[in-house]
Ligand binder design. Structure first.
Ligand code: DX5
Ligand code: ZN
Length: 215
């Protein structure tokens, strides 16, 4: 499978959201990456349900919803109803992660778990077989435009081995500081889905940038 590109709406122009969504619709990108932040789990507030509803009204590609919120169980059904294809929760935000994963799947969505840069991969030993996606954070979550953390490569190798050893069928996503300079190495280390915020939306020509990232 060739890798997927998921432009992060966080880096789009919110005053021209429909224009930027149409740009992604018309591009070779694969998913919309939607960062929901609550100001508690992460030190920033992004946007909530009304904005996700508006995105879903125009988006013609799957919505990859990344919940950076505490106690995400309270909102799983809401985001499923708003059109999420993938719902990713943070390992660090879930007390009963196994239950949360099952709840996401019962809602008909793909279930993802995100790991912060400090969270070791082996903590997923007992749930990886249930997952559709693991999101390796390559920056500390909360803001776009941060510097990529190099330790991500060794975490990718570890998660790839874990997935193989458990015979699991799950995608590996990388989020934060992804761009032209590191995408090839990330894909070579096993990344299947690459989130790109600033790399896409700050480019002179976002459509060409998406093509470059897809190569
Ligand atoms: C960070 C978010 C990312 C962010 C990526 O907390 O989860 O999805 O939008 O932005 P860039 O690609 O600019 O690092
Ligand atoms: Zn994200």
């Amino acid at each position: 499978m060739s890798h997927l590109i998921a432009p992060s709406i966080l880096a789009s122009d919110f005053a021209n959201l429909q224009r930027d969504i149409e740009m992604i619709n018309n591009s070779n990108a694969d998913w919309f990456h939607i960062d929901v932040m609550d100001g508690v789990f992460v030190p920033n507030i992004s946007f909530g349900m009304p904005v996700v509803e508006a995105i879903n009204r125009h988006a013609k590609k799957p919505l990859d919803v990344h919940l950076m919120i505490v106690d995400p169980d309270r909102y799983l059904k809401t985001f499923a109803d708003l059109g999420a294809a993938v719902i990713t929760v943070h390992y660090e935000a879930c007390t009963h992660l196994h239950r949360t994963i099952q709840a996401i799947k019962q809602l008909g969505c793909k279930a993802g778990v995100a790991l912060n840069p400090h969270t070791p991969v082996h903590l997923l030993n007992d749930v990886v077989a249930d997952l559709d996606l693991v999101l390796i954070m390559s920056v500390n979550p909360g803001f776009g435009g941060q510097k990529f953390i190099e330790n991500t490569y060794s975490k990718l190798s570890e998660i790839k081995d874990l997935i193989r050893s458990k015979n699991a069928n799950c995608l590996i996503e990388v989020d934060g500081g992804v761009g032209i300079s590191n995408i090839k190495k990330l894909v070579d280390h096993g990344a299947n889905v690459l989130v790109a915020g600033n790399a896409v939306f700050s480019a002179d020509n976002p459509l060409n940038m998406i093509d470059e990232l897809k190569k």
